[in-house]
Each structure stands twice: as C-alpha cells, then as structure tokens.
Design a protein around this ligand. Structure first.
Ligand SMILES: CC(C)(COP(=O)(O)OP(=O)(O)OC[C@H]1O[C@@H](n2cnc3c(N)ncnc32)[C@H](O)[C@@H]1OP(=O)(O)O)[C@@H](O)C(=O)NCCC(=O)NCCS
Length: 380
C-alpha cells in the first residue's frame, strides 16, 4: 500500500539547496561568511557591511557602502499608523512576537509588496532592515511606559537601535552590540532559514518569507538558548556555587545551557569573540557577577564536557550577559537574535530566488485506506 521509502525525520542530513553564503567547519571551530572568517568581520566590520556582503556576494566599495548605509538609514522611520498599532498591542506579548507581527504589518504599507524583481527587492530589503530596529526599540519604550525616541540617521544600525532604546549613545556599547549582531547574522542552513525558503519557494513575498523565518526562530530549540543560559547563571547566584551546581546537574543527566552544538565539536568561535569582548568591557553590577559565574562554569565544564565529550561553549553562553550589560530584560534575547539574523535570512531568500524551485516534500502515508463512510445517524 505505502511505498517503501526512507523517512528523514527532521530532514537530518538532507541537503536542500546549494549556497555560497556561509560554511561552518565544526571540527576546526571556524565559520566563514562568503569566504571571510566571521570572527574577523565581527571585530573589524559593521553589521551593514556584513549584510551587504551576504546579500550581494562581495564587500562593497566605498561608494556602494555609503549608498547602502544611507538607504537603510533613510528607512529608519516608521509610520504613525505602525506606532498606533504598537501602542494597542497587549503588553504581555514577547518582543519577538511583536517583531514578527510588525514585520508583516510593514508589508501592508508597501503597495508593491508582491514584487520579486531585483529593483523592487532592493527597496524592500532596505525597508525591512531600516524599520525592524525602530519597531523593536519602540516596543521597548512603549512597554516600559516611556515615550518613543525618534531614530538618528547619523548612527549605524546597532548604535541607532541602542540609542532609540536608551535615549543616549555610548560608543563602546554600540560597538559591542554591532559585534554581537555580526556574530549572529548567518549560520548556514537551519530551521529558520529553511522556513524562509519554503515560503519564498511558492513565490510569496519577502515580508512573508522573513516573517516565516522569525516565527521559526521563536521556539526554545532555536532562538531561546541565550535566555536559558542567563537563567542558569542567575540560579547559580555566585561563582562559589558553580561547581556544586554543575556537579548536581550532570549527575542528574541534565544539560548545561550554552554548552554543546550540533555542528561545532569544539569551542564555538563566536563564543570566543564574545568572551574576549566582555573581558575588556567595564562590566558592572549584575552583568559583572553573571560574567564571573559564567567564567567559573566554563572552567569547570571545559574539563567535564569539552575536553572529554566535545561539548563546548556555544554562542549563547555569553550573549545574554552582553544583553544584561546593555540593559535588556531576558526576553529580548530572541528578538535581538532576530534583528541580526534578518540580514542572513534575506540573503538566503535572495539566493534561492536566483533559481527557485517549489519546496514540496512528501510524507509516507501509514494510515488506513478504503474505509466505508457511515452516515452520522447510523454511527454508534
Ligand atoms: C545543542 C544541543 C541540542 C546539541 O546536541 P547534540 O549534538 O545533538 O547532542 P545530543 O543531544 O545527542 O547529546 C549527546 C550527549 O551529550 C550530552 N550533552 C549534550 N549537550 C550537553 C550539555 N549542554 N550539557 C551536558 N550534557 C550535554 C547529552 O546528554 C548526551 O549524553 P549521553 O550520550 O550520555 O546521553 C545540546 O548540546 C544542548 O541541548 N545544549 C544545551 C542547549 C544550548 O546551549 N543550545 C544552544 C545551541 S546553539
């Protein structure tokens, strides 16, 4: 009755497309974006430049770079209607939920949202990149009973976002966030990138495709690990408690959050950059304490998990501590992740549109066939 087929649950090991966006060498602990070492880009480049590199396949020259940055910053402003909508959203919603809803809403203001030709897509891309930080910052202000702060087009993507949240510009913090956004911008094929491809493969529209990706990032198995790691450090409370906490967790066969990765079998290079950056920063209060706890947990788990089982720190181990330092509550982690990954999702969507094919998998039917329909009145 059913075909003799192999079902690839979770599509594990299935290659769905060819891509020249990024390559992860999980054994060497390296990640390359369009051939460049991501960690070098994180330290030397800007979010806008790496987004350009991903989307257009090459580093921009000076003219291209300034035009690109200007095109994005010209789109920082959001419509009064969007602000009104944001004010009406019940406060209990998570920042990521607000972001995914708002992204679809941006599309409603675009009269040509269905166009997929190159010229139209450029406008949509800078529209999405320009407006998402403003929406997230506006939500932060609204949900904290504060006035919305208008964007500053003289500040870059990361700096402007932080300014709209906090009302002040601190260069060191803006640079740290920029580095974090670059580190999260792209990471090969994964659940959210694939969701974006499924949507665009039907030749839907780019707002819908990016929203599909955000919807998929939402789950705790994808976008929520930085918050889980942070929660764990808060539970530990102080570096002296770390050893007991780790021992107890491992003896109960529970996991240390921020350790382990499907692809990396060594120290995640992105975690290394974040750790070194936090080392150099003037952390205070809770962020300082959490960082000291994290360092102690890492020290213990390097022996217990990394050296022996190849379960090593991943990017989420340190990311949440940076967000605490920047003043964000724990639930902003997935939304900041999305703010960064939008550049990568757009690049995946555009790359797929170069030779699109409808993604249409099959399932292996294992139910009955040929059952006789019994009218309702005759059923037991
Ligand atoms: C990310 C993750 C799902 C990858 O897992 P994976 O490579 O598929 O490995 P598995 O889930 O098959 O686990 C293999 C073994 O390592 C152990 N392990 C994996 N991650 C562990 C962790 N963080 N702490 C302790 N043990 C861990 C498992 O318990 C399992 O042990 P066993 O063989 O004795 O049963 C996993 O490491 C994890 O849950 N990490 C914590 C959450 C996290 O930080 N996620 C963010 C990823 S970016």
């Amino acid at each position: 009755m059913t075909e003799d087929v192999v079902v690839h649950k979770g599509l594990e090991g299935i290659y769905v497309t060819e891509s020249s966006l990024s390559y992860i060498d999980g054994l060497a602990g390296k990640v390359y974006v369009r051939g460049y070492d991501l960690t070098e880009l994180a330290m030397k480049s800007s979010y806008e430049e790496v987004a350009y590199l991903l989307i257009y396949g090459k580093l921009p020259n000076k003219r291209e770079y300034y035009n690109w940055v200007e095109a994005i910053s010209k789109n920082y402003g959001i419509e009064e209607g969007m602000k009104k909508i944001l004010r009406e959203i019940p406060r209990w919603n998570s920042p990521l939920d607000v972001l995914k809803y708002s992204l679809l809403t941006i599309g409603l203001w675009d009269k040509e949202q269905n166009r997929l030709d190159k010229d139209a897509l450029y406008d949509k891309i800078v529209n999405i990149l320009g407006k998402t930080p403003t929406i997230l910052a506006a939500w932060y202000r609204i949900s904290n009973d504060l006035d919305i702060i208008e964007p500053r087009d003289d500040l870059n993507y990361a700096a402007n976002f932080l300014y709209m949240v906090r009302g002040e510009h601190v260069e060191e913090d803006a640079k740290a966030l920029d580095t974090d956004l670059i580190l999260h911008i792209e990471h090969g094929m994964n659940a959210s990138a694939f969701a974006g491809l499924v949507t665009i493969s039907t030749l839907s529209d780019i707002y819908s495709a990016v929203t599909s990706a955000i919807n998929t990032l939402k789950g705790p198995l994808h976008g929520g690990a930085a918050g889980a790691a942070l929660k764990q450090f808060r539970e530990i409370g102080s570096p002296e408690n770390a050893e007991k906490y780790v021992e107890e967790k491992l003896s109960r066969k529970e996991r240390i959050m921020g350790f382990g990765h499907r692809v990396y079998k060594t120290y995640d290079p992105r975690a290394k950059v974040l750790k070194e950056m936090l080392m150099k920063m003037d952390l205070k209060g809770e962020a300082k304490n959490l960082f000291e706890i994290a360092l102690r947990v890492e020290e213990i788990c390097m022996e217990r998990l990394c050296k022996t089982k190849r379960i090593c720190p991943n990017v989420d181990f340190y990311a949440g501590i940076l967000y605490v330092h920047l003043g964000f509550p724990i639930e902003y982690g997935p939304a900041i992740f999305a703010l960064s990954r939008i550049g990568g999702w757009i690049a995946h969507i555009l790359e797929y549109l170069e030779s699109p094919r409808l993604i249409r998998p099959r399932h292996k039917y294992v139910g009955p066939i040929g059952l006789k329909y019994v009218p309702l009145e005759e059923r037991e």
